[in-house]
Ligand binder design. Structure first.
Ligand SMILES: Cc1cc2nc3c(=O)[nH]c(=O)nc-3n(C[C@H](O)[C@H](O)[C@H](O)COP(=O)(O)OP(=O)(O)OC[C@H]3O[C@@H](n4cnc5c(N)ncnc54)[C@H](O)[C@@H]3O)c2cc1C
Length: 388
């Protein structure tokens, strides 16, 4: 059996790995000219943890994890608000959580792909015929590919979803924020961070900073913004939104790279009644983005790849297998999406009262007699809190 996977992000690479292990011939198409670097820091935990173990990549991922000392919330001038030991968060998950760069996850999955997986960069699908017995795809260079299955893994703005299920507007649920991330070099900012993950989380805005390599900083921004339109050049948007902040933020803004090296997107969820149609199936953010507010999008992308591979292992009933894949993953996704919507106002505080409550909660959790009590209502990750 032959599958074409469109998009070599975390979901696409995981699906390619899982399908090839299930005996499928896999062709992976990626529009970028090569593996993407860096991206941003994320917490890896949740359903993808065991899926990664099952796919044989967990050790590689753990080896690529980045050390984080403390998670500190500071105000717009860098004054401490609250702080927690990252190891405390890690222990709370039974040591099944680690911080890692998105690019390092992709690199690890890519390294695990068997030689039989053919990966074609700078390649996109321009024409798609979806039949009950297979797909016929036309590629950008005019080549035609026939396959038993097309897996759409192109992320939140998936072109396969657009072609098969309809316009993005029908499925995208913006959470009222935009986000951006890039890397820059600064010894001065590295000294300020001192090995910790620092979050300037003030009313309506958030800036996260972490030193990924000596004197190489990853910064990510979240700002309140309605709509799904993305600017061609994010630099003026970021300067306007964060230009009044102090501490290391002016240095981060002054070091902005060119627009092509800045990640910028809407913070949104993708909500669809169905993820498959005849011989086309969606996975990862393309099917069910949960958003950075919920966390676990990367984790669900790996879990989805593994679930798809398992469902399609040793069966000729493709549509039945796709239904099983969807039934297995959907409850997890719905749960995370609900949690994400509830968390939006906590993630980027809506008011000074939210900032105060967050600092109080974090500081109280550091006090052992109350930590257990609070832990019954909140779970904590480096991206914020989850209300249980
Ligand atoms: C700032 C931030 C913080 C986050 N924090 C966390 C966290 O703590 N924990 C967590 O688990 N998740 C987190 N996430 C979410 C996580 O990064 C995503 O859910 C995950 O990366 C989705 O992977 P994906 O492969 O589905 O999509 P993507 O990463 O979007 O990959 C899509 C791939 O498809 C390619 N592509 C696009 N269009 C085409 C096309 N037409 N043809 C061919 N290829 C195409 C792209 O180039 C890309 O390689 C965070 C996200 C952000 C933005």
């Amino acid at each position: 059996m032959k599958a074409v996977v469109s998009g070599a992000g975390i979901a696409g690479l995981s699906a390619a790995l899982a399908l090839s292990r299930a005996g499928w011939q896999v062709i992976l198409l990626e529009k970028a000219p090569g593996l993407r670097d860096g991206g941003y820091m994320l917490d890896f935990y949740g359903p993808g943890y065991e899926a990664a173990q099952d796919l044989g990549v967990l050790e590689g991922l753990r080896a690529a994890a980045r050390p984080v000392g403390r998670l500190d919330f500071v105000d717009g001038d860098g004054r401490p608000g609250s702080s927690m030991d990252y190891q405390q968060i890690r222990r709370a998950t039974g040591d099944k959580l680690f911080p890692i760069l998105r690019g390092d996850i992709e690199r690890t999955l890519h390294a695990a792909l068997p030689d039989q997986v053919s990966l074609r960069y700078v390649t996109t699908i321009t024409g798609l015929e979806n039949r009950a017995d297979g797909v016929r795809l036309t590629l950008r260079d005019g080549a035609v590919l026939d396959a038993d299955l097309l897996v759409g893994a192109e992320g939140i703005h998936s072109s396969t979803r657009q072609k098969v299920f309809g316009d993005e507007h029908a499925f995208i649920r913006p959470l009222g924020f935009h986000t951006s991330a890039y890397f820059f070099g600064s010894a001065q900012v590295a000294a300020e961070l001192a090995g910790d993950f620092k979050m300037v989380a003030i009313k309506e805005r958030l800036v996260g900073l972490y030193e990924v390599e000596p004197n190489q900083i990853m910064v990510f921004f979240v700002l309140r913004a309605e709509g799904v339109e993305r600017p061609r050049d994010p630099r003026p948007v970021l300067s306007r939104a964060f230009g009044d902040l102090g501490w290391v933020v002016p240095a981060a803004l002054a070091a902005m790279p060119g627009p092509d090296e800045i990640y910028y997107d809407v913070v949104a969820q993708i909500v669809m009644p169905r993820w498959h149609d005849k011989r086309v199936v969606l996975i990862g953010d393309a099917a069910h983005a949960v958003s950075l507010v919920a966390g676990q999008g990367a984790s669900l992308a790996i879990a989805g790849g593994r679930a798809l591979g398992q469902a399609l292992d040793g069966t000729g009933d493709i549509e039945g297998a796709l239904a099983r894949y969807e039934a297995q993953l959907r409850p997890l996704v719905l749960d995370k999406q609900r949690a994400g919507r509830r968390m939006a106002d906590w993630f980027v505080p809506k008011s000074r009262a939210h900032v105060w409550m967050r600092d109080l909660t974090v500081n109280v959790m550091n006090w052992p007699p109350l930590a257990g009590l609070i832990g019954r209502y909140f779970s904590v990750s480096s991206k914020g809190f989850s209300l249980r």
